[in-house]
Design a protein around this ligand. Structure first.
Ligand SMILES: NC(=O)c1ccc[n+]([C@@H]2O[C@H](COP(=O)([O-])OP(=O)(O)OC[C@H]3O[C@@H](n4cnc5c(N)ncnc54)[C@H](O)[C@@H]3O)[C@@H](O)[C@H]2O)c1
Length: 462
């Protein structure tokens, strides 16, 4: 059930005769091949011929080829060029550095650079805390990855991870005015990652860890938090947990169930799964059972090397055994952060009345949302083409804005819960319904409200 997406948009440049039937034929060809036509732009026109750019969204690269072939079959049409609009967007990267001060005169140079800058350096040498006041540090975040768990693509390495880190940095700026910069490390050794980030840290006001695989990500974050005096936040863990808690908080208002009464079943006990379980547990949801690629997590897992100690000690209080489908019978909530298409319709049908299903595996969820919605009352995914998108961009820009403004490195469960409540509260009681449990990522107040809530908690923690 793949749907067309701007992520697979193409522009096909076509030369053809000027009869109106030829241009109509182009539109028909796009529609016939199942793509979504977004524009027909005339690039050149004369009595003899026209050149037209046909732009459309397709569902994947194979579909794009099929659409192009269909266009080429239009009588009199000659395909000149095909452009992948996503590749075009990424040409030369997505970020640049711009000076914030004028550099037009000798006077400007003398103050921004030598000799004037030397006095600023000495002020910081004498009072290191002033680095926050007199340099970029206060507003700058490193987006650090080792490329070991990039999106759903796996271990593709630091260079291939860069487009994602650039995108993340762009979102930081767009949504919260934070100057973030990718730091893609050519090592996957925990000691080397920790030491490298430690020696890079003086110029940054915060460290956002990204796409580092579990369980190494837990150790990297813990050690850096101990070592550094700036906030260290692994977004794949805590960003996800915050947005899931926000969504679940609002979903519970609809189904009128209490946190302490819920039976929660999870698929996935990795970076996202562990952090989600920890945060939900913290707000009183104690009956959480997790399944992963090795089956159900039980106390017998102790020392297996791939399950976090927290999960082993705190999950599965009823000692559930069997398969994920067995675990889902009578469950109130399913949260999937694992793999595509591993949950059947029947399993969702076996859940309790007014079930809540968050199927978050990307890009394809554990169960297609349309199938889950046949039985569940509230359904959410990580996708933008279905309602209730659980998107970390609701959390991380505001979190860092608040932490940077508070100038406090400490991130506690209270910080995470405050952020989740701020997101949940962006949907008011008149707006709340089964298809709107989280605000849109473009909601104008989200980052601001999250930042405010986080800053307040951070100042109290300080
Ligand atoms: N906002 C969002 O929508 C959001 C946020 C974070 C993660 N995710 C998605 O969640 C998934 C997991 O992310 P992560 O960072 O925790 O990865 P991870 O590699 O740390 O953990 C994956 C977990 O899924 C389990 N798993 C893998 N295949 C399985 C299968 N067939 N059946 C049951 N369990 C299986 C693994 O054992 C592991 O516990 C990814 O698809 C990711 O894109 C979505």
């Amino acid at each position: 059930m793949a749907s067309n997406s701007p992520g697979y948009a193409i522009t096909v440049r076509v030369e053809l005769s000027p009869e109106s039937s030829s241009t109509a034929g182009l539109a028909q060809a796009v529609i016939n091949s199942g793509a979504s036509l977004t524009a027909l732009d005339v690039v050149e026109s004369s009595h003899e011929r026209m050149v037209v750019d046909v732009t459309c969204d397709t569902s994947d690269p194979d579909h794009a080829e099929l659409v192009t072939a269909e266009i080429a079959r239009v009588p009199g049409a000659n395909v000149r060029k095909i452009s992948d609009r996503t590749f075009l967007l990424h040409l030369g990267g997505k970020l640049e550095v711009k000076p914030k001060v004028p550099l037009r005169t000798r006077d400007d140079l003398s103050r921004a650079y030598t000799p004037g800058v030397a006095r600023i350096c000495m002020a910081i040498a004498n009072e290191p805390k002033d680095a926050r006041r007199l340099t970029i540090k206060r507003n700058t975040v490193a987006v650090v990855t080792d490329g070991s768990a990039v999106l759903g693509l796996g271990n593709i390495g630091p260079a291939a991870a860069l487009p994602v880190m650039e995108g993340k940095a762009a979102l930081f700026k767009q949504f919260a005015g934070v100057d973030a910069w990718p730091v893609c490390l050519d090592t996957q050794d925990v000691d080397e990652i920790v030491r490298t980030v430690q020696i890079l840290a003086p110029q940054y006001g915060g460290i956002n860890l990204e796409d580092i695989s579990a369980p190494r990500c837990f150790e990297v974050e813990e050690r850096l938090r101990d070592l550094l005096d700036i906030p260290v936040f692994h977004d794949d863990q805590h960003g996800t947990a915050i947005v899931v808690l926000a969504a679940l908080t609002n979903a519970l208002k609809l189904v009128k169930k209490k946190p302490e009464d819920l039976k929660i079943v999870m698929s996935g006990a990795g970076a996202a799964g562990t952090a989600i379980a920890q945060l939900l547990f913290e707000v009183g949801m104690k009956d959480i059972t997790a399944f992963d690629s090795h089956g159900v997590v039980t106390k017998e897992r102790k020392g297996d090397g791939h399950t976090s100690t927290w999960m082993i000690e705190h999950s599965n209080p009823r000692g559930i055994t069997g398969t994920l489908a067995d675990g889902l019978v009578g469950a109130d909530v399913f949260i999937g952060v694992s793999a595509p298409n591993i949950v059947s319709e029947e399993a969702i049908a076996s859940m309790a009345k007014d079930a809540i299903v968050f199927a978050l595996a990307n890009p394809d969820p554990e169960i297609h949302p349309a199938l889950a919605a046949k039985y569940a009352r509230v359904v959410a995914t990580g996708r933008s083409d279905f309602p209730n998108q659980i998107n970390n961009v609701l959390a991380f820009p505001g979190i860092f804005r608040g932490l940077l403004d508070a100038g406090n490195s400490k991130i506690t469960n209270e910080t995470l819960i405050a952020a989740a409540n701020a997101i949940a509260d962006c949907v008011d009681s008149k707006q709340l319904n089964e298809s709107y449990i989280v605000p849109s990522v473009f909601h104008p107040d989200v980052a601001k409200n999250v930042a405010h809530a986080v800053e307040q908690v951070s100042r109290n923690n300080g």
